[in-house]
Design a protein around this ligand. Sequence first.
Ligand SMILES: [Zn+2]
Length: 326
Amino acid sequence: MNLYGFLSKLFSALVNPICFQPMPVLENTSGKNLRGLFSVKPIKNTISKIFSAIILSAFLLVFAACTPKTSMPGVSQEELWHETEKQRQLAAEHAIDKQFKNRKSRLKHEEMLNVVSSNILKGGVEICGAFNKDKSLCVYEFILLEKGPINAFADGNRIYITPAMMNFVKNEEELAYILGHEYAHNMMNHIGDMQFNVLAGAVVGALFDGLFSAHGADTRGQFTEAGAQAGRLSYSKEYEAEADYVGLYVATLAGYNVSNAPNFWRQMAVKEPESIYVGMTHPTSPERFIAMQKTVSEIEAKKKRGARLLPEIKKPEETVKAKTRN
Ligand SMILES: [Zn+2]
């Protein structure tokens, strides 16, 4: 018997006793009494019974397919209870162990961050003075976040780092490269400049929106948005390059050897490409690598000739020239 034949037989066997129950006997064949035969209620009942039968058939087929084909050892209720208890106990022990490990690793991260951040502050404040900035304004708080992907960022007042980034760095030196870079963002006021650029771009865009609106065209604020975006992107690449440059000096003055810094950033670009593109438009990795190698050479040369380890600061007129060129 083929599958179709089998299913038809099974369906009939199940459906027949359920669906084909004796109908009420018709006393006569007059139109009045025949109304009961075609009333909606019996039809509804029949359809629902057919559906029930189909569902029941489907269940039977599924259960038939799941029937074990071997004689497996049985499990008693007592054995089951013991094993359940054992697994519950192991799960509780694992949770405590995990909590303990997390706490231990957080303490380790906090300790490492305290050491490196205080060194970075010492180096940073020295550079801050070279920029004729009030040193007290160059003291930033370092915050270890509770969670998050491999990342570190600055908001102008604080420097944040995730536990994932703390795990990524292999030693204090590598942490100093990260913190030096973020410290430089704050010290060079990149966040404030960026916000100003966004606002300025939005204002110019809003003027265009207003102009079009005065002539009856609804631009739906597209120029404002485009202006803000242009402001966001303007100089962002330069800000990142500058944070790399100044950051290496900060790390050097903090007492760390920066000769391995270009390679560290290269490794990060290879292993965690997402992490270095978070938040800002970073220069392309090869560009950063080469620029950092040149900065390391510059620092080494200054060390050799006993010069002050400070970034090359542009004279005010050079800054104005560079801005007009851009
Ligand atoms: Zn950056």
